[in-house]
Ligand binder design. Sequence first.
Ligand code: NAD
Ligand code: TDX
Length: 331
Amino acid sequence: MRLLVTGGAGFIGANFVHQTLREHPEHEVTVLDALTYAGNEASLAPVRDRIGFVHGSVSDADLVDRLVAGADAVVHFAAESHNDNSLADPRPFLDTNVIGTFTLLEAVRRHGVRLHHISTDEVYGDLELDDPGRFTPETPYNPSSPYSSTKASSDLLVRAWVRSFGVHATISNCSNNYGPYQHVEKFIPRQITNVLTGRRPKLYGAGANVRDWIHVEDHNAAVHLILEKGRAGETYLIGADGEVNNRDVLAAVLELLGQPADAYDHVTDRAGHDLRYAIDAGKLREELGWEPLYTDFRDGLAATVAWYRENEQWWRPLKDQVEAAYSARGQ
Ligand code: NAD
Ligand code: TDX
C-alpha cells in the first residue's frame, strides 16, 4: 500500500515510519508534516532516503487533496499533542486537530481512500483512583482539556463522516506512550533529561495521578493490525495494562539514573489535571489478536533512559527553551 503518514516527524509517527520500513516493507511511505516545534526531521534521518517527505500542513486543503489522491491509505498522527501547551494557547489545537482532521476527511471522501485516525484515551475524561472500571469503546466522551476536547472533536468528525458519507475509516484511542524520540516537554523524557542536564525532576502536585503506560512500538504494532484487519467504522482502544502513578514513574527514573529517591521538586499542578486513565483493550486483543511485547514497564523505561543517554544530540537543542517556558509557568 501507498501510506500517507501525517505527523511522521513527531514522536509516535516517526516510530511508526521506522517500524513500517523494518517490518512491513510492502508499504511505500510518504510523510506529511508541518515541522512545528514538535516535529523533528532528525527523527527520520536514518530512513530519509527510503520515504517521501512533504513539508506542509494537514489544514492545507489543496496540498492534502493532491497527496491523498496518490495514496491507498492515510494514517493520521499529526496533532498538537501537549496538554500544558493547550492550556497556555489553545488556538493551534483547533487549527490542526479539528480543521486538519476535517480537511483530511474531505480529501479521503473525495478520493475513496482509507483513513486510520490516531486518537487518545483522554477523550473519555478521567477515572477515580479506586474506580474498578476502565475505558471501553462504549465509555461516553467527557474530555477535560483544550487538547483532549479537540481530539474528541476530531473523533466525532470521523464518526460522522463514516456514518453520513460512508468514508472508510477506523479510529484508535491509545493510552500514554513512552519510548525513543519523544519530545522533552513530555513527562518521562523531561525527567530523564532534567537529570542528564543537572536539573531536578519536576512532579506536578502530589504525583498521585495515574497514567496507563504503553511502549510506542506496541501502539504502532496495534495500528498496523487495525490497518490490515480492522473493520471499517470501528473504534479500537489500545492499552497494555500499564497503570502506574507519576510518583512511582519518577522514582523508577531516579533509580535508573542513580539519583537519590528525594532528588526532585514538587511544582504547581496542571489546571484541571486528569486523575487517572485506564484502558480495557479486550476488543483489540480478542478481535485482532494483538498482544504487547513490552509487558515490563521497568524494562521499557530502562531502554528509554538508555536511548536518551545515547542520543543527546537529538534532544539537547530542544531542552533549554522547553525548561524556560515551564519555569515561566512555575512548573
Ligand atoms: P508529537 O507532538 O510528538 O508530534 C506531532 C507531529 O505532528 C509533529 O511532527 C508536528 O510537526 C506534526 N504536526 C503538528 N501540526 C501539524 C499540521 N498542521 N500539519 C502537519 N503536521 C503537523 O505527538 P505524538 O505524541 O507523536 O502524538 C501523535 C498522535 O498520537 C497525536 O494525534 C496524539 O493525539 C496521539 N496520541 C498520543 C499519545 C501520547 O502518549 N503521546 C497517546 C495517545 C494518542
Ligand atoms: O513535568 C511534568 N511533571 C508531571 O508531573 C510533566 C510534563 C507532566 N507531569 C504529569 C502530568 C501527567 O499526569 O505527568 C503525567 C503525564 O504528563 P504528559 O507527559 O504531559 O502526558 P499526558 O498529559 O498524560 O498526555 C499524554 O498522553 C495522552 C500525551 O501528551 C497526549 O498527547 C496523549 O493523548
